[in-house]
Structure formats: structure tokens, C-alpha cells
Ligand binder design. Structure first.
Ligand SMILES: Cc1cc2nc3c(=O)[nH]c(=O)nc-3n(C[C@H](O)[C@H](O)[C@H](O)COP(=O)(O)OP(=O)(O)OC[C@H]3O[C@@H](n4cnc5c(N)ncnc54)[C@H](O)[C@@H]3O)c2cc1C
Length: 501
């Protein structure tokens, strides 16, 4: 698999993207004895992003893959558990729905749980263990005879401050050379980058480079990379992050809150000591002062924004050019509604590990990463199919849904989303079982927005009485099992606290 790997890979950037890339690539290089050296160049003079981030379940799989201790991770980074996203005021003011990220279909023995739930007029979240844990604000463990017992087989996600996670990954990384310096020049030859010039005056040569310099795009910018802006599809272009302390004794919700506002939405991510929060909004619809005032009115107290970041949703047309690959914020950015960024980095590094050194590797990588980000974009945009018309932002959104969204909604008037509605991802690497945005994520969002067709689901169920019986029984048994499991689990905050005692 990893033949013809470069002899020396230099990764510029020490944020989450840089350290995840370094760990994942050096791990493959060691296991497959490619003889590759990995060097990270990061600049302690330039900060990392760190706004309070949510991960997906892939992050936990990554911890396990590296044999990293989850409890230590939670303790040392102050992370919390995330079972999904609570969407408040998206469908209409006063309405809320959840998107639990576990996959009960995995244990349903072929029963069509979603179609059954829609046909029966029940919430699709009911058969999800994570919905019950989220409702009860529970940890994913119960105590039995003094021993910790997992509530279920599904991987949950985390909330954290990526600046702390980047630093933790850096401490865990083994066999990676580190240079604290700033790249000030990029020396190019016929086949791409030859060497980097550093502020200290030194020069670093390598045969492969990763640009993890965040929004600066310090290397890939020199390679003539082209940015494809998504501003027509995702009009949000500003982010105003702030912190809010968690009060002593206050229970910590094991979910991200995405709270729709008049010109965008508020993210609200609990870490153990504070909420990482922020308003992502469209500056065509409100000024920064209005944005701040709107959030203060919603929360009922003054906020102290740490920044007001200009963001341009989009991606590089090609993230891999010559011998340079852009990873993390340097390669793409989408509003963080479904926590796609760090997830994207992990999956991209798995793809790069497979395709690096292969003749057609670059073309395959560029096609797959392009598809990945475009699929995330379309899924995010679907969240905006709302009944809200109470501000210019929501009226403009309602008048401009892209064709891909209206086509999909038309398709799903005929049936509840099924695996067959989605192209498998990534092409050619299906055996890796990488999570992607497919029916398991679409169904709770469509259900929450009231966009699933109960009559069509009833027709599907009625056409297959045996299947309907199986779905009904399986659904009832999962609901009972998960209600019971969640009742026995420890409270989220107390459990997190116990890890530090
Ligand atoms: C508002 C907002 C909310 C977000 N929410 C989420 C979320 O909920 N979930 C999620 O998955 N992601 C989220 N993200 C994205 C997430 O923060 C990033 O994917 C993640 O932090 C990785 O960032 P990075 O490592 O690419 O860049 P950064 O964190 O910006 O790191 C860049 C690194 O490059 C170094 N560097 C830059 N220039 C040079 C140079 N010339 N020489 C040497 N070093 C250099 C810096 O020192 C730094 O170490 C969010 C982002 C924003 C902006």
C-alpha cells in the first residue's frame, strides 16, 4: 500500500490539522516501514484557531486507533461528550429538534427503523440510544458492581478547545521532528516545492509537503491553488466567537447547541470549564454591532467577543498540487454546523495514507476531497429549508435554495432517505468503512424540519407487512432498551469530574 512514499514529509502548521496529519502519516510510515521521516514546522508566534469545537465520532475512532487513553484525553483537554446537535429555532421560532449521531441501523437486523418511525408519526430519534443519553444529560457509562459498563456499541463525539487538543496531540506524537520557526519563503523546482526558508535563516528540504497553516495557506497559495467560493450557497461570512463560564454545579449538556438567529446562528459548545460560543452570521444582513446586540438580547447578558473573523465558505479546487497537499482550514472552510472540519481532516489523512505514492493517487485524492466537502456543503444548506420568514436573511435564503437541495427534497417526498440514495464514499476505499454524510445524518434533520412524507412512508410499510412487523418489534425493543440503559448511566458532569478525582 505505502510503497514509493517520500523520504521526508514536512508539515507546516501545528494546529489540530498539522498534528493529526503528523500522527497519522508517521504511524503508517512506521507500520509499513517506508523509511519516511516526518517533520512539523510550527510557529509559536502565530496562534491556532481554538473557538470551542465539536468533533464527530471519527475522532474517537482515531483515539482508539492510536491506543490513546480516552479518559486522559478528557481530563487533560477539558473535553466533554457530544451525542449530537440540538437545533433550536431552525424550523420555526420556538421549535427544536436533535440530530443524534449514533447508528441504530447497525444493530437493527435489517429492520427499516426510520421508515417505520415516520409512518407511525414518531420522532426518528426515539430509536437512538444517543437521544436518550442526550435527554437525560448522561455519561455513556453506567456503574455495575463498581465497574464501568458502556451504554452501547456506538462511538460518540467530543466537544473541546482545539488549541488544547492540538497541544495534547503534540505531546502524544512520537518520532516526529519539531521545528519552532516561521516559514517565510517557498523555494520551487520543476516538480513542486524543493525547500522552505525559515525566519531563523535556516532552510528545510523535503520531497513532500503538507500545508496546515490555516487560513494563511502559506504553501498551497504559492502553488497557484484556486479557491472555489460557496458564498452563493452558504451566505454566512463572519464568525464572532466568545467564551461563557459554566457555573459551578451546572449540568453540562452532551450536545452542541446550534441556535438559529435572525442573520445566522449561534454555536454553543460546552467544554468542562466554559462554553465556546459564537455567532456565525451574514454581514450582508447585519453589522457586527447589530450581531453583538442580537446575541446579547438572546442570551440576556453582555458578551465579550474575542474576534470577528471574516470567513469565506469554500474549498480549493485541488487540495493536492505537485508535491504539496493542503489540509485543514487551508484546504476548505464551511460554517461549523455539522462539525465537518476536523472530521474532514481525519478522513482526508486516511485517504492520503492509501493513495500517497500511487500514480493516480493525486487525481483520486482531489476528486474524493472535493466530493467530501461538496457533500458537506449540500447537507449544511439543507438545514436552512425553514418555515422562518421573520428576517431578510431567512427570506433571502427561502428564495434561493440550490437545485441539488430541491431535487433531493423532491426525491424524498417519495421515500425516507435510504443508503441507495447516496454514492458510496470514498470511491475505491469502501472497505475502510469511513463515515460520510448519508442517510444516517439526513434523516434526523429532515424529520426535525418536517420534510419527511408520512403518507409515502406508510405506503412503503403497507407494501411489506413482514418488514413492517420486524420494524415495529425492533423499534419497540430498542426504545425500551435505550430508555433503560440511559436511566442507569451516570450524570455527564459528575462522570467527567470523577475522571480528575
Ligand atoms: C468559527 C469557527 C468554528 C469552528 N468550529 C468547528 C467545529 O465545531 N468542529 C470542527 O471540526 N471544526 C471547527 N472549526 C474548524 C477547526 O477549528 C479547524 O479545522 C481546526 O482547528 C484545524 O485548524 P488548522 O490546524 O487547519 O489551522 P490553525 O488552527 O489556524 O493552525 C494553523 C497553524 O499554522 C501555523 N502557521 C501559520 N503560518 C505559518 C508559517 N508561515 N510558518 C509556520 N507555521 C505557520 C500556526 O502557528 C498554527 O500552528 C471551526 C473554525 C472556525 C473558524
Amino acid at each position: 500500500m505505502a510503497q514509493n512514499w517520500p523520504k521526508h514529509i514536512v508539515i507546516v502548521g501545528g494546529g489540530t490539522a498539522g498534528w493529526l496529519a503528523a500522527m497519522m502519516l508517521s504511524d503508517v510510515a512506521l507500520r509499513q516501514k517506508t523509511g519516511t521521516r516526518v517533520t512539523v514546522i510550527e510557529s509559536s508566534k502565530i496562534g491556532v484557531i481554538g473557538v470551542g469545537e465539536g468533533s464527530t465520532a471519527v475522532f474517537r475512532q482515531m483515539l482508539r486507533h492510536f491506543g490513546l487513553d480516552e479518559e486522559e484525553f478528557l481530563r487533560e483537554t477539558g473535553a466533554t461528550i457530544k451525542y449530537g446537535i440540538r437545533h433550536r429555532d431552525w424550523r420555526r421560532l420556538g421549535h427544536s429538534y436533535d440530530g443524534p449521531i449514533d447508528t441504530p441501523q447497525m444493530v437493527a437486523g435489517g429492520a427499516n427503523l426510520d421508515t417505520y418511525a415516520v409512518a407511525a408519526g414518531r420522532s426518528v430519534g426515539e430509536a437512538h440510544l444517543f437521544q436518550h443519553l442526550l435527554n437525560g444529560r448522561k455519561a455513556p457509562f453506567a456503574l455495575k458492581d463498581g465497574k464501568r459498563v458502556a451504554a452501547g456499541p456506538f462511538h460518540y463525539a467530543f466537544h473541546f478547545d482545539q488549541a488544547l487538543v492540538g497541544a495534547w496531540l503534540r505531546r502524544k506524537a512520537r518520532g516526529i521532528a519539531l521545528i519552532d520557526d516561521q516559514v517565510v519563503g517557498v523555494e520551487k523546482g520543476e516538480d513542486g516545492i524543493v525547500a522552505l526558508a525559515l525566519e531563523s535563516g535556516s532552510r528545510v528540504e523535503a520531497d513532500f509537503f503538507l500545508d496546515c497553516t490555516g487560513f494563511r495557506r502559506r504553501l498551497i497559495g504559492e502553488m497557484g491553488a484556486e479557491w472555489l467560493s460557496f458564498r452563493d450557497v452558504l451566505p454566512i461570512n463572519r464568525a464572532m466567537p466568545f467564551w461563557v463560564d459554566i457555573k459551578p454545579g451546572e449540568e453540562i449538556d452532551p450536545c452542541t447547541l446550534a441556535w438559529a438567529q435572525k442573520s445566522g446562528w449561534l454555536w454553543w459548545i460546552p467544554t468542562q470549564g466554559r462554553y465556546g460560543a459564537g455567532y456565525v452570521y451574514s454581514d450582508a444582513h447585519c453589522t457586527p454591532d447589530q450581531a453583538k446586540a442580537e446575541i446579547e438580547a438572546a442570551l440576556g447578558y453582555e458578551i465579550h467577543p474575542r474576534n470577528d473573523i471574516k470567513i469565506d465558505a469554500g474549498r480549493l479546487k485541488e487540495a493536492w498540487i505537485g508535491n504539496c497537499v493542503a489540509v485543514g482550514l487551508s484546504s476548505s472552510f464551511l460554517e461549523p454546523l455539522e462539525a465537518t472540519s476536523i472530521h474532514g481532516t481525519i478522513v482526508q489523512m486516511m485517504m492520503l495514507s492509501e493513495w500517497l505514492g500511487q500514480g493516480d493517487g493525486r487525481a483520486r485524492y482531489n476528486a474524493a476531497t472535493g466530493q467530501q466537502v461538496d457533500d458537506f456543503r449540500d447537507f449544511i444548506r439543507l438545514h436552512y429549508v425553514s418555515e422562518r420568514r421573520d428576517s431578510a436573511f431567512w427570506r433571502d435564503i427561502a428564495a434561493s435554495h440550490p437545485q441539488v437541495v430541491t431535487d433531493r427534497l423532491a426525491l424524498w417526498q417519495g421515500h425516507v432517505p435510504q443508503p441507495a440514495d447516496f454514492a458510496r464514499f470514498p470511491p475505491g476505499l469502501e472497505h475502510l468503512g469511513l463515515a460520510h454524510v448519508q442517510e444516517q445524518l439526513y434523516v434526523p434533520v429532515l424529520g426535525g424540519l418536517g420534510l419527511l412524507n408520512r403518507d409515502a412512508a406508510r405506503v412503503v410499510m403497507a407494501a411489506n407487512p413482514k418488514g413492517r412487523d420486524l420494524a415495529r418489534k425492533t423499534h419497540a425493543s430498542l426504545v425500551a432498551e435505550y430508555t433503560n440503559a440511559a436511566a442507569q448511566c451516570l450524570p455527564h458532569r459528575a462522570w467527567l469530574q470523577s475522571l480528575s478525582d
